[in-house]
Design a protein around this ligand. Sequence first.
Ligand code: NI
Length: 255
Amino acid sequence: MSYLIDSHSHLDFEDFDKDRDSVIQRAFDSGLKAIITIGTNLESSKKSIALAEKYENIFATVSLHPIDVDKEEFIGLTFLDLAHHPKVVAIGETGLDYYHSSDKEKQKQVFQKLVQIAIEVEKPIIIHSRDADEDILFLLKEMALPKSRGVIHCFGRDYEMAKKFLDLGFLISYTGNITYGSERQKSITEVPLEKIIVETDCPFLAPVPFRGQRNEPSCVKYVAEKIAEIKKIDFSAVAEQTTKNCIKLFNLPII
Ligand code: NI
């Protein structure tokens, strides 16, 4: 069996309130080695940590998502404290979202503060970018992150843009929307497999053949299958290498 890691899920979301434990069980039964569950605000970050404490191979991240910066005040010390938790493997998702209407300046401030926290606790960052790649690249360069310190999640732009993140030492993460058509597949042929990780972003972005339904971690295999198809390589090669990349980036204590 080929093992995969879902590097980006939102298991704390209420979509999973009725059957969270069976969703998790199904994921591990389907051959997932680990799941990273992503915090999007203070409460969600705490819930993600609680899940990571409950399951050995679930890991958490903490953040205030750019689209949530208007909804709660960012308290740096609280997030710094959570970021130190041994099962917190990254800071994020953080970044900029110019598609949603939350205050751009506030988004930039919170993003910079979260990157500072990541630097302080020496953990990678998970970047969320929507219509904001150039500003994110500008801020990242300004903050002089150490090499290999993160991933740009839900990537769907061309290789030229992918290359700018690769040059800063970032990995590229693909999710279920690469199965929707060629538009979001543009970079996949050229981005080296050694720089790729996979994710579901569940409950969102269910891959074909489940498009439109609730997504869950076990569906990450459809993302890996699509990458294998586009790169014309074996599924097992994609599973093996992306899992290796993920373990290395997030320093996961699994073999
Ligand atoms: Ni997400």
